[in-house]
Design a protein around this ligand. Sequence first.
Ligand SMILES: *Cc1c(COP(=O)(O)O)cnc(C)c1O
Ligand SMILES: [Zn+2]
Length: 433
Amino acid sequence: MPAELICFEPSCRATYPLNEVIYNCPKCGGLLEVKYPAPTQSAAELKKIFRERRMSNAKLDQSGVWRYRELFNFADDPETQVVTLREGNTPLLEAPRAAKYGGLDKVVFKHQGFNPTGSFKDNGMTCGATQARRLGMKRVACVSTGNTSASMAAYAAAGGLDPIIFIPHGNISYGKLAQALEYGAKTLQVEANFDQILALVRVLSEKMGIYLLNSINPFRIEGQKSIAIEMMDQRDWQVPDWIVLPGGNLGNVSALGKGLREMHEQGFIDKLPKLAVVQAEGAAPFYSYMKDQSAFVAVHHPETLATAIKIGDPVSWPKALLEITTSGGVVERVTEQEIADAKAVIGASGIGCEPASAATLAGIKKLTAAGVIAHDADVVAVLTGNVLKDPDYIYKYHTGQLDDPHGKRLTSSFGNAPIVVPNDPEKIAALLG
Ligand SMILES: *Cc1c(COP(=O)(O)O)cnc(C)c1O
Ligand SMILES: [Zn+2]
């Protein structure tokens, strides 16, 4: 039985060939996922192969995603099909200062900001772009103002595909948009909101044979599984108690959860870590849903300065629900102030990250205080994006000018403003003490 697409809805589970260009189940509208036959090698054999590949100069082995290709074996001819910028290979970083702030003895950050375009979107996009090439598509598109467009633009360019980006007019995040322009993406600003544009792009994609690379695309999820696989490889397959990550569209928690479940089923790891997803207070529909246990209700006007998680109607919530439930995990939400302060603490650890990523440490602080995460727990937090993605936010925080989405000034608890000094050694020496 070859790999195939399968409907995620338990009541449907219809299957489709891998080469069908669909993003939802044509029968029931459910999400799709990729299902594989189990690898032919044992977990022990594969662990050895994965480790040996770190010594290799071959492009597939050097990628921190494709090194683990047996666990998402959808490309029939990886040598010619794969589009790689040597993504993944992101470090595990210890941060004692951040641990103390979060109420933990120890915390380790898996820093996805070390990726080629500075976010974990690259882990998924290498697979999405590869599938586009397998399908013989010439053009790829996404709706985004952020990291997805930066990543898609880079991988499309590297893979000889034409990238088209749709962004809501007047809702631009310059650091990330700048990357997309530099990588040569055709960028269209539409007078509509994110959800309306997504609907528009779905119609256009079908009509014009453009391949859609939003996170609804199941092949992006497959690539993001590698974040969990590489993490386990780096830990010699020792499972942490908790993995904490920010949640927007909830594709990443779905990917990590799927990767961990598959590794567990195939004997790579002996238990599942608990997953904790942290949302921003103004964009926390999944938090509300898990708390109230009623119907899922979208947030119509999501608000947060952490633009990467400013999502009111997350497409992947049914998958995320399965992963949180299966792992015995939790969903937390944090305020703008909590995100801003946690971010400065991560920065002061010499690590740094973009605002959405800092929701992890802010969430850990709350979860340890509530006794949900024990102070001596083994915790890995996923920092999703690079510190330079949003310099405007950083400058405003450190100079006491950061306002929340309602215009309320945030407190720069760990502010570090530049100091203007006269050209005078005496005075500067006095100042420096
Ligand atoms: C995309 C993104 C997220 C949110 O991930 P989802 O899969 O949408 O939940 C968080 N942080 C950063 C930096 C991102 O780029
Ligand atoms: Zn279905």
